[in-house]
Design a protein around this ligand. Sequence first.
Ligand code: G1P
Length: 294
Amino acid sequence: MRDKRKVRKAVFPVAGLGTRFLPATKAVPKEMLTVVDKPVIQYVVDEALEAGIEHLIFVTGRSKAVIEDYFDIQVELEQTLRDRNKQAELTLLDTILPTAGTTSFTRQQSPLGLGHAVWCARELVGDEPFAVLLPDMIMKGEKGCLKGMVELYAQSGGNVIAVEECAPDQAHKYGIVGVGDRIGDGFRITKMVEKPAKGTAPSNFFINGRYILQPEIFPILATQERGAGNEIQLTDGMLKLSEWQQFAAYHFRGTTYDCGAKDGFILANVAFALEREDIRALVEAPLKDLVGGL
Ligand code: G1P
């Protein structure tokens, strides 16, 4: 019988408009912008698969159909590659192709906020714990962030949210948690506030965009009122659920790049390029020259 506590499904809210990346995002979803040679969404999906996720649920929107195409086969392209005997490229495409039947797509019809986007996945998730990965945030660490969370979850059960420290003057940009007793690699969460007004944050631990949640969040989100930014906030729903379910924080100690912002996106490109030996050899010296010439 299936272990009911196992986190098998992951939700990727990919309906956002990406206005910070206009004009690029006029025709290309922000999740498809490339970091080195892979779309941002591929990094996040890889993190989910590393953590043992078996089913990928994408909450998309109008003009995001290309994401669905990306996770499908491309018959003409593959035929052309075969005709040209491009075996390495064929193997690469095969490696990233999800097994048939392990992806689902649903649409968030109105941009009402992250809480609403997650709620749109309720029928596909059903009655089991699930992960949420915000595709803007891509991470680099010895171990994937979600994998570390799954390990903590095996000890803690309940709900697990990944957090990192930020400069106190940046706390108003994020969801912030209050710090309780230690548990494993993290701590119990005592409070949650979405985008606290300056000077009111309960700590400098911000929610970095990775969650393991229990399905009891869905009925809460169904009736959730709008919060910060006039949006239905996931953080507000979690705060409500925390009245009777436990929330643990997993302290992620790697590096996170916010690819929804220009600086994070550029830094991610440089960092991941330098990690690749073939590309590092090409760009390291010119990059040093560029920076040294400033
Ligand atoms: C969302 C979450 C917030 C979290 C952030 C991480 O906010 O609501 O709690 O800290 O992602 O990127 P958004 O960036 O969508 O405003």
